[in-house]
Design a protein around this ligand. Structure first.
Ligand code: HEM
Ligand code: HEM
Length: 226
């Protein structure tokens, strides 16, 4: 738990979400590059990404304060103030980082959904591919493949930004994404910690269970034999 010198800025569900997302995205990339029968595992990692993105969207509305979209998605004025350095640092994503968070969720969500309809022209296809025409499935497969570079670029920028904060600003953002805590002195006086109690964690578990059931339902739409 955080003490008076540290502030809890990321609740446990948000942290678990992040590191599972990292594992699933890396897993999806590695398995598709290995190819062959690993396509089956590619799809499993893809279902993981789908569930995680769905979870994060819901958590962005009902989750811990700093994880909520309403808190960190800000307009151009706040972004400009942040860039000019006239905005005190508050816990959570900064207004510019928020854009990259949204972009990553959007591109990864889009990737997982197009994957559901994709086919490899041999014997593997996403669970919803046979629900649409072969033409549409081929088109969605193309879009799925086209999203590869945008994802790699965004993730590259994301990691470069984290490294820049570490080197130029001496802020250990990754440590906070692991332990949940950051030094209270990093923030303006009176900055509020996020609620990260047994009750909020249980609530996240309920949401995760609902999302898992939805993803399982989608995957079950796959025709027998595939
Ligand atoms: C969101 C996570 C995902 C990522 C990052 C991802 C990434 C990729 C990439 C980069 C390719 C192109 C590979 C290449 O051309 O070298 C690909 C192909 C493919 N993906 Fe995904 N994918 C994801 C989710 C899914 C899901 C959920 C499914 C299906 C359930 C799926 C099914 C496929 C199929 C069938 C192909 C075509 C394989 C081929 O033509 O050989 N993907 N994926
Ligand atoms: C596949 C690779 C990655 C993806 C897709 C990814 C995605 C994300 C997303 C979606 C968020 C927003 C978290 C939320 O609000 O729920 C985030 C935040 C964050 N990520 Fe990553 N991430 C990746 C790799 C990494 C790596 C390798 C590190 C550290 C070395 C890292 C460190 C962080 C940190 C510190 C934050 C919080 C940033 C802040 O303080 O505003 N990420 N990441």
């Amino acid at each position: 738990m955080s003490d008076s010198r540290t502030l809890r800025i990321w609740d446990l569900p948000t942290r678990i979400f992040h590191w599972l997302l990292v594992a699933c995205v890396i897993g999806a990339f590695v398995t598709i590059k290995v190819g062959g029968l690993w396509l089956e595992y590619h799809m499993l990692f893809g279902y993981g990404v789908l569930g995680l993105v769905l979870f994060r969207i819901l958590w962005g509305f009902v989750g811990g304060s700093h994880a909520r979209f309403a808190r960190f998605v800000r307009g151009p004025r706040a972004i400009l103030a942040y860039l000019r350095g006239t905005m005190p640092r508050s816990p959570g994503h900064n207004p510019l980082g928020a854009l990259s968070v949204l972009a990553m969720l959007l591109l990864l969500g889009y990737q997982a959904v197009t994957g559901l309809f994709a086919n490899d022209d041999i014997f593997t296809e996403g669970p919803l591919a046979s629900r649409v025409s072969k033409d549409l499935s081929d088109q969605l497969t193309r879009l799925h493949k086209l999203d590869e570079w945008p994802i790699l670029i965004l993730v590259g920028l994301h990691i470069a930004a984290i490294a820049w904060y570490r080197l130029a600003k001496k802020q250990k953002l990754t440590k906070a994404m692991i332990t949940g805590d950051a030094p209270a002195s990093d923030f303006a006086a009176g900055a509020d910690p996020v609620r990260d109690t047994a009750a909020t964690r249980l609530f996240a578990l309920v949401i995760a269970a609902i999302v898992a059931a939805v993803v399982y339902g989608i995957v079950s739409l796959r025709p027998a034999g595939f």
